[in-house]
Design a protein. Structure first.
Length: 320
């Protein structure tokens, strides 16, 4: 027996009509009849007497009715209790290394201004690790670079992400005209680690254009910037938001950011389990409030010294 059986049974008890019970529950009358027959077969006793066009509860039906009310009441109490507990539990937030390097503190500050009741625990991983943690229910929400691959997750873009080459002004790459991806062939470069959205996008660019590169170091964003500063590398492949951020903050005249032509954009995005509809609604509402108030645009301008572009509603939309 399922909760559905008990709900149908109680509706028939209250209405003493299969047709009226079906109308109340917005299901077909044959579905109601079938559910009652299944219950009577399961318990081996009649729950209703059929006399002409009328039905009446039997003694067994009266007895079961009290238990059905208790069963559904306990289920509702359990649901209410767990829903309340969910509001009390911290939101487990994972962020990619790019976002952790740059945006995390300010994003958390604004989230807490909008939702002071939220208790947020955060951790930094690369995109592949974040997706796995979401699937294992070890995270509620993640901010990722690039694509999420699982059909059980949904993503909501917040920033446009392109690959860029960042180089010291006196390097050969700053002096070289980059007019097509082919100009990067055999590039000696620092790259991000396997599993990061940046590395995934870079490898797809190489594959799409049949290019090779000489990887001379694997670093996160901050480490790559430091190596460029001390002359440890001629160039590094970074996300454009990262490069723009470092230039805006303290990198003016220290680096050249070279856009890579003819490459498709990716997005920094929220990723969340499709079944977590309540949290997804809260996240969407929070982002909508930030944008409606103009606060998100202000943050974007502060970070990148440029206006925020229009974004798709989902990363899946970009890939259609």
């Amino acid at each position: 027996m399922t909760l559905r059986h008990f709900r149908i049974f109680l509706a028939v008890c209250e209405r003493l009509s299969m047709t009226e019970a079906a109308r109340q529950l917005h299901i077909s009358q044959p579905s109601v009849t079938q559910a009652i027959h299944e219950m009577e077969n399961h318990y081996g006793i009649l729950l209703f007497e059929r006399l002409g066009r009328h039905i009446y509860l039997t003694a067994a039906g009266e007895n079961l009715k009290q238990y059905a009310y208790q069963i559904l009441s306990l289920c509702q109490q359990a649901e209410d209790s767990l829903t309340a507990m969910q509001h009390q539990l911290p939101i487990r937030l994972g962020v990619s290394i790019t976002i952790g390097d740059i945006f995390l503190v300010e994003l958390l500050t604004h989230c807490r201004q909008i939702h002071p009741e939220w208790d947020i625990l955060s951790a930094i991983h690369n995109t592949e690790e974040l997706e796995q943690l979401l699937m294992e229910d070890k995270l509620d929400l993640a901010l990722v670079e690039g694509r999420v691959h699982s059909p059980y997750l949904v993503s909501r873009p917040i920033l446009t992400d392109y690959l860029t080459l960042i180089a010291s002004p006196n390097s050969e790459w700053s002096r070289k005209a980059i007019t097509a991806p082919q100009d990067l062939d055999d590039l000696p470069v620092f790259v991000r680690e396997q599993g990061s959205g940046t590395r995934d996008l870079f490898e797809r660019v190489l594959e799409d254009h049949h290019l090779t590169c000489r990887i001379i170091g694997v670093y996160n964003n901050s480490e790559a910037i430091m190596e460029l500063q001390v002359g440890g590398s001629p160039a590094a492949i970074l996300d454009k938001p990262v490069a723009d951020y470092f230039l805006t903050q303290d990198g003016k005249d220290k680096f050249d950011v070279i856009n890579i032509p003819d490459t498709k954009p990716e997005y920094l995005a929220f990723a969340i389990n499709k079944d977590n509809k309540e949290l997804l609604k809260q996240v969407n509402d929070a982002m909508a409030k930030l944008k409606e108030s103009g606060e998100f645009q202000k943050i974007y301008k502060k970070w990148f010294n440029t206006d925020m572009p229009n974004l798709p509603t989902s990363s899946e939309e970009v890939l259609k």
